[in-house]
Design a protein around this ligand. Structure first.
Ligand code: ATP
Ligand code: MG
Length: 234
């Protein structure tokens, strides 16, 4: 596992307050902020961690709810698109999807819609406000997300999206709660584990790592989210 990358704490106003969800896209709203800079560092570290085998598909998960998976996935995607990569962000959290809210787009049609159609059906990719960044929202929530994410059809869909993007990022539920992330992790090049500074329990983090290693997922790094800014110097 590579060394942790930290995303510094952003001020309380960046927390979603229901009225202005776009505030959470700090990389877009304030590209010169320390938080945006941290996402750029994360992007660079990912690039360097995969020089020999470029990452085309990256899954983002965490040990528990609310650790910042969705925020990390969205801001990393924005940062990558700003570096002129063609990015597709896929909401594979088919239990508590949140990416569409962040980008102020509809949740449907999305992933679960296209999964019900023929393999050559158009993929309902939504253009975001960021050039080069497309979103595939969740679509209606299915009864058994893990079956869907582990299906052959999902594998073919990832293959098809790969033809349209330099990198695909997958937002998922916590890996220790349900099998969804572990199942999907076998279909991607790498996994990024988000830990919450001062909150994620050590045993949970170990358990997450064990679950991912059991299915032979490739953990490319750890993000220490919500770390206190003053702990970090240039
Ligand atoms: N670095 C940060 N600084 C401040 N607030 C943050 C940071 N990262 C995430 N948050 C806030 O924490 C809350 C949870 O974040 P987020 O929805 O990204 O977590 P999650 O892991 O995707 O949650 P879930 O398990 O529900 O999918 C949000 O209100 C978000 O705005
Ligand atoms: Mg989330």
């Amino acid at each position: 596992m590579s060394s942790p990358t930290s995303a510094p704490q952003t001020s309380q106003t960046h927390r979603s307050n229901g009225n202005s969800p776009a505030l959470d896209l700090i990389a877009l709203r304030d590209a010169r902020s320390p938080a945006a800079e941290a996402y750029r560092t994360l992007r660079t570290n990912l690039l360097f961690s995969s020089l020999d085998k470029p990452l085309h598909t990256l899954l983002i998960t965490s040990t528990a709810p609310d650790e910042g998976k969705t925020t990390t996935a969205a801001n990393l995607a924005v940062t990558m698109a700003q570096a002129e990569q063609r990015v597709i962000l896929v909401d594979c959290d088919l239990r508590r999807p949140g990416l569409h809210t962040l980008f102020q787009l509809p949740a449907e049609p999305g992933l679960t819609n296209v999964m019900l159609e023929q393999d050559d059906a158009p993929i309902p990719l939504h253009q975001t406000s960021v050039p080069g960044l497309l979103l595939l929202p969740s679509g209606p929530l299915p009864p058994r997300p893990a079956d869907l994410l582990g299906s052959q059809r999902m594998e073919r869909l990832i293959q098809r999206m790969s033809e349209q993007a330099d990198i695909i990022l997958f937002d998922t539920p916590p890996v220790t709660a349900v099998t969804d992330a572990a199942v999907l992790s076998t279909r991607v090049d790498g996994v990024l584990l988000v830990l919450q500074a001062g909150k994620t329990r050590r045993d949970r983090a170990r358990e997450a790592r064990r679950l991912l290693e059991k299915v032979k997922a490739h953990i490319v790094g750890v993000v220490l989210n919500n770390a206190r800014l003053e702990h970090y110097t240039y």
